[in-house]
Design a binder for this molecule. Sequence first.
Ligand SMILES: [Zn+2]
Length: 136
Amino acid sequence: MILINKTPHAINIADADGQIVRVIEPTPPAARVSITATTDQGDDTLDGVPFRETVFGAVENLPPQKLCSQCHGSRIARGTNGYPYECDCTDAVYYIVSAFVISALPRRTDLVRPDTGPTCVRDATGQIVAVRALTR
Ligand SMILES: [Zn+2]
């Protein structure tokens, strides 16, 4: 399984103790995924509060999804004897992108993002130092 960081920054992965155990460096700037997201300027309201729909533009620099050649994304492959086994998906490619990109492409099962929820590691000023997981 291959992880490619398409965000603009390195992603630090921490263990249960909060120690950084891996740094996933970003791709060069020219290869990073970009997307435009704007809000419409309609006059919809929700109970009197203005409501703006998010409109996503084209996603740039994201290769097509490359599924595992053994299981095609199902995680269950068949051996030469015909019996199923749990696939290790060694040639599947996953891309780390922003939540915006995942929202724009909900059918892409190869897109993940850092889990910046309550388990992430923050410094004294509240800045995220590391995450303990990736998520979708
Ligand atoms: Zn597989």
